[in-house]
Design a protein around this ligand. Sequence first.
Ligand SMILES: [Zn+2]
Length: 458
Amino acid sequence: MLLMKKEVSITNLSKRILNRRKFLGLASFTVSEILSSLDKNKLYAKKTNNLIEEYRTFRDGHVFCKNNQVFVSAFKAMRFSKPVHNDLYKEIRIFHTECPDFTFGTDYEEYFRALDYKKADLVFQGPVEPALQSKFSFTDENVKTGAVYCYWIASSTGEPEGPLPVKVRDPDVWWTFEKVKAKIDFLKNAYPDYIQVQQIGFTANRRSITAIKAGQAEKCIALIGAVHAGEAGPELIMYVLKKLLEKHKDLLKKVSVIAIPSANPDMRDKLAFGNPWYIRRNANLVDINRNFPTDWEKTEQNYGYSTDDPQGYTYRGQYPASESETTAIMNYIKQTKPAALFSFHFLASIAGGTLLGSKDAVNDKGYVNLCYKIARPYWKGMNLNEPKKEEIVFYCTAGSLPTWGYKSLGIPAFDVEDPFDPADWAQCAKDHTDTSLLQKYQQLQFQGFTSLLTSIGS
Ligand SMILES: [Zn+2]
């Protein structure tokens, strides 16, 4: 009788515990285990051990590079954020592996998803003081400029957060938004009589888009950079402006240069801060060079993408000129009325030599002649001596900036593309641009535009 009573009371207790266990999401225990685990901490420890096999202990892992260092961080998973879980974060582990076979333009994010931290090096293990009890950060100074790495961040036990891919980009080759701003401010202060700076709009992520006019003449040519984030722009354009101001104020009195050094700074910054793979579109995932209103509705297919496909790299947007970057360029160009327009493309901060025009212009003799009047002095100044390559390629599609320049404004409008030199071409196409290659193309662009300004101004 007594025994039976006891059994009944245990059954009631176990029912209550079972209900509570359901609420806590605990794995199943026997009654005797529950009775021996009534200590709350032991119960939590048991629960935690079961959970870390099923759930990650970190969330929102992040990695970026700045000034040749890599910064890795992650937040505690909310599931493990109670004081009773503190033991889990007594030590932090950081793994990384170098990725020498990662190929720009061939490999994208999927390359890193296939990597396994178990084959990576443990580069740090030890205590880290979290910010606000929740964010753990680690700085890796032992990295090589130009190298691609993949990181993982882990607590004392359990599966790590990752993969977190990063390329240690040379800050002299990839200028951040802040650096471009500083270079513009420098010119404005150094040459107040020659420089006008104008905020012409905002990007999708609300960065300001800046235009700069160098010169005192109303007549002008336009240079536009980084419409495609992973290509060329501010590093070449700002150098051209600086050198023209240093050496050819005489020319700038006759013909000004107006510039939007970085038309897509949201995504250009992603690259400058270490995104390893090619990025083309803006933060809304729209290709700005397909978003201009001229023939926008005509669907185009290039590189395996269709302009009406929101997942495609050449997506034209929801409607003509839907993007604030596009309207900022259009308004500024309409306001300044340049005699010619050069939009810098190709790859990894390098463009030069090859000029592309709108494909619709190929049979328009008057316009083609006008384009050559601009292109020839530009090529002559670059002194590349490649007469066979000094041909405008009429290739640009519906919705592109050159097609808008041709059909809506009637001005010579070019995408500045591939370098003529095959070795230079291969180097930047693989995202191996270094300072010496950049300096070579800065100088070539300076020579090209000096020659063009001389021709237009005379
Ligand atoms: Zn491009």
